[in-house]
Design a protein around this ligand. Structure first.
Ligand code: ZN
Length: 203
C-alpha cells in the first residue's frame, strides 16, 4: 500500500496521501517532498516540531477532567480539525477518533472511562461527508484474509448512508449498559467543503 502519493492537483507545498480513498494533506516545506517519503522522515519532522513546541510550553496546571464535561467521538479524517471546527480549547474535552467515528467496543471503553472516572456527561458524535468508509465494503475483510492469511476479528463498519450511520452510532451509545449518561447524545455530519455541521435527527 502506498501512503504518500504525490498529488498533481494540489498546491506545490502540499503532499497528499491516499489511504483507501481517505485523502489527507499536510503542508511541508518546499523542497522536502522527496525526503518526506523516506522511511522515518515524517516522524523526524514531528519530533523536531515537538522540540520547538516544548521550548515555548508552560505547564498549564490543568486537571485531567475535561472542562466542558464533554466527549467528542469523530472520524480520524485529516480534513476535520475538531478543535477549530467546534471552538474547543486545550483541556475542554475528550477526543476519541477512529476510521468513520464509529462507536465500536473500544470507543465504548473510552467513553465509559471518560464518564465514570473523568466526569464527562455529554457526548457529541461527528461523522462527515466524503468519508473513506463509504468506498469500502465488508469484502475488505475477505481481501485482507486472501492477502495475509488471517481474517480480522473486527468489522470494517463501512456504510452507504452517512445519516443512518450517525443514527446507528447514537443508538449504540444510548443502549450501552456501561455509560452513566446516555440522554445527552447528539450526532452530526461535518461537511468537508463548507465546514458546517448538520445535526442528525436520532429517530
Ligand atoms: Zn471519515
Amino acid at each position: 500500500m502506498t501512503f504518500f502519493v504525490p498529488s498533481h492537483s494540489r498546491p506545490e507545498r502540499l503532499v497528499t496521501s491516499n489511504v483507501f480513498g481517505m485523502t489527507t494533506s499536510a503542508a511541508v516545506p518546499t523542497g522536502s517532498e522527496g525526503a518526506i517519503t523516506a522511511r522515518g522522515a515524517v516522524t523526524e519532522r514531528l519530533v523536531e516540531a515537538n522540540r520547538r513546541y516544548a521550548e515555548a510550553f508552560t505547564d498549564p496546571g490543568m486537571d485531567a477532567r475535561p472542562v466542558l464535561h464533554v466527549a467528542v467521538v469523530a472520524c480520524m479524517d485529516a480534513r476535520l480539525d475538531l478543535h477549530a471546527a467546534l471552538g474547543l480549547e486545550l483541556g475542554d474535552c475528550h477526543t476519541i477518533r477512529n476510521a468513520g467515528g464509529v462507536v465500536t467496543d473500544d470507543v465504548i471503553r473510552s467513553l465509559t472511562i471518560s464518564q465514570h472516572k473523568l466526569g464527562t456527561r455529554s457526548i457529541v458524535l461527528i461523522h462527515h461527508t466524503n468519508c473513506g468508509l463509504e468506498a469500502l465494503t465488508e469484502d475488505f475483510r475477505t481481501e485482507l484474509e486472501m492477502e495475509v492469511g488471517q481474517r480480522p476479528a473486527w468489522a470494517v463498519e463501512s456504510f452507504r448512508d452517512v445519516d443512518q450511520d450517525v443514527r446507528q452510532s447514537m443508538q449504540r451509545v444510548r443502549t450501552s449498559p456501561f455509560l452513566l449518561h446516555t440522554d445527552n447524545v447528539r450526532g452530526f455530519v461535518f461537511d468537508v467543503r463548507t465546514g458546517l455541521l448538520r445535526e442528525i435527527d436520532p429517530s
